[in-house]
Design a protein around this ligand. Structure first.
Ligand SMILES: NC(=O)C1=CN([C@@H]2O[C@H](COP(=O)(O)OP(=O)(O)OC[C@H]3O[C@@H](n4cnc5c(N)ncnc54)[C@H](OP(=O)(O)O)[C@@H]3O)[C@@H](O)[C@H]2O)[C@H](O)CC1
Ligand SMILES: [K+]
Length: 418
């Protein structure tokens, strides 16, 4: 992160209220006393927040294997709940729960995980090299009631996470996510001697505790979307709004990324000529129906590129208004920039980008697909005409009618004459 970005993130995070250990415990008591909540309820929401934050940052396709280390208190309970939600999202959780609390709430959570065949691993049976076995480790050992120095077996477990976090390259080791407090940190002072866990993600619950000011990892989230106005008002809490239906919200800025290093590992389904329909429009309609069924957002949105008479191109998103064997149709008013371009120069191109389905459709009048370096199976439809569908009013329709089409997957491609 640049120093500018870091100070912006720090400023954004600083606007959020940070709680003392005493206030955190008091809020907990009030929620579960006069405000009518039960611990099960709050724990369920806390654990769900943790799972949601993990899923928001750590994509399932690259981080499947999750170890959740649970402590003896409610922080450990949050971990057990998170394990269940992560399982249902599609992750493969394993749980290390060395000091089980003999209360129905906790034994119920354990039974639920056992019914999902989630493995429980004894602390002494954890693999020597955690990096080889796990993509994510969730630290749910201690929360805001931690005091003193960690006692066995948590002292060793914390040390294992400390040694992992000193491996610089986070691509080579599991991501470490701490629930509410990085375990072993002083709840208010943070990592006092600098030898503690350095998590990649912290999921603060209800409100961040004072130690969270010392968190320097890339991902700080807030969870526990249950704080009612009496608590907000009494403690003067300033908390960020949760977006939409989300169970978590990022605090501070997302880390800046090196755009050139961003690359999805596409798992492209095979697209063989033998699998596609002989007519590209039939194939388009089949894919379009599949995109609608998969609830893709606006599968009818397409990038339209036009070129003016000086040969200068411009692109924008428009909506597909119709498709038949004659071509793809969109509307615009005659005064628009694109209509102006098309009146001067009938060359145009369309692109449907259905990323979630690993699919694209490129409709172009220019046989120049080699410049495209994409990993999705693509249908190219090209070399044709773009024509105006005159309308009496001030707006018109345009139709792009291609002449050739091509299916492309990896290095395979073949040109077809319609
Ligand atoms: N309102 C909320 O925000 C909610 C938060 N939740 C989560 O609950 C934790 C706080 O839970 P709590 O049970 O009060 O405490 P902890 O989980 O932090 O741990 C308490 C147990 O840990 C033992 N302990 C304490 N210090 C040590 C130590 N140095 N070594 C070993 N063990 C230690 C302690 O034992 P003691 O004998 O020392 O008392 C307890 O057994 C909060 O952080 C959130 O994660 C709720 O889930 C939902 C509501
Ligand atoms: K923790």
């Amino acid at each position: 992160m640049t120093s500018l970005a870091a100070s912006a993130a720090a400023a954004a995070a600083a606007e959020v209220t940070h709680l003392t250990q005493r206030d955190a415990a008091e809020i907990d008591e009030q929620l579960m006393g006069p405000l009518g909540f039960s611990v099960d309820q709050l724990m369920e929401l806390a654990g769900l927040s943790v799972a949601a934050a993990v899923a928001e940052v750590y994509k399932l396709s690259e981080h499947t294997r999750v170890l959740i280390i649970c402590g003896p208190g409610n922080n450990g309970g949050d971990g057990l709940v998170a394990a269940r939600h992560l399982y249902h999202i599609g992750y493969r959780p394993s749980v290390c729960y060395p000091k089980r609390t003999p209360k129905p709430l906790y034994s119920g959570l354990v039974t639920q995980l056992e019914s999902l065949s989630i493995p429980f691993i004894h602390a002494e049976d954890l693999p020597y090299d955690l990096s080889r076995e796990f993509d994510i480790i969730i630290d749910a050992m201690f929360g805001f009631s931690f005091h003193g120095t960690p006692r066995p077996p948590f002292d060793d477990l914390i040390q294992r996470l400390v040694s992992l976090s000193v491996i610089g390259n986070s691509d080579k080791r599991p991501a470490i996510i701490s629930v509410d407090i990085p375990s072993g940190w002083h709840v208010e002072e943070g990592d006092v001697n600098g030898g503690g866990i350095k998590p990649d993600m912290l999921v603060s619950l209800t409100a961040p505790k004072l130690c969270a000011k010392k968190f320097t990892g890339p991902h700080h989230f807030l969870g526990g979307r249950f704080v009612p106005p009496p608590i907000l008002n009494k403690y003067g809490l300033k908390l960020p709004p949760y977006p939409g239906t989300s169970m978590c919200v990022r605090i501070g800025k997302a880390p800046s990324v090196d755009i050139s290093s961003l690359r999805e590992n596409y798992i492209s389904p095979e697209l063989l000529e033998s699998q596609v329909m002989p007519d590209p429009f039939d194939q388009f309609l089949r894919w379009f129906d599949e995109a609608v069924t998969a609830a893709l957002r606006e599968p009818n949105a397409m990038a339209l590129t036009t070129v003016n008479k000086e040969g200068k191109p411009s692109s924008r998103m428009v909506l597909l208004k119709g498709v038949d064997k004659q071509g793809f149709v969109w509307y615009t008013n005659y005064g628009s920039h694109k209509a102006h371009d098309l009146s001067e120069n009938p060359n145009a191109a369309l692109l449907f980008y259905w990323n979630e389905m690993n699919r694209q459709i490129i409709v172009t009048l220019n046989y120049d697909w080699v410049s495209t370096t994409l990993m999705h199976p693509v249908i190219f439809i090209h070399e044709g005409t773009c024509s105006l569908i005159p309308k009496p009013e001030y707006w018109g329709g345009y139709r792009l009618t291609p002449r050739f089409f091509e299916f492309w997957q990896g290095q395979q491609s073949r040109l077809h004459d319609r």
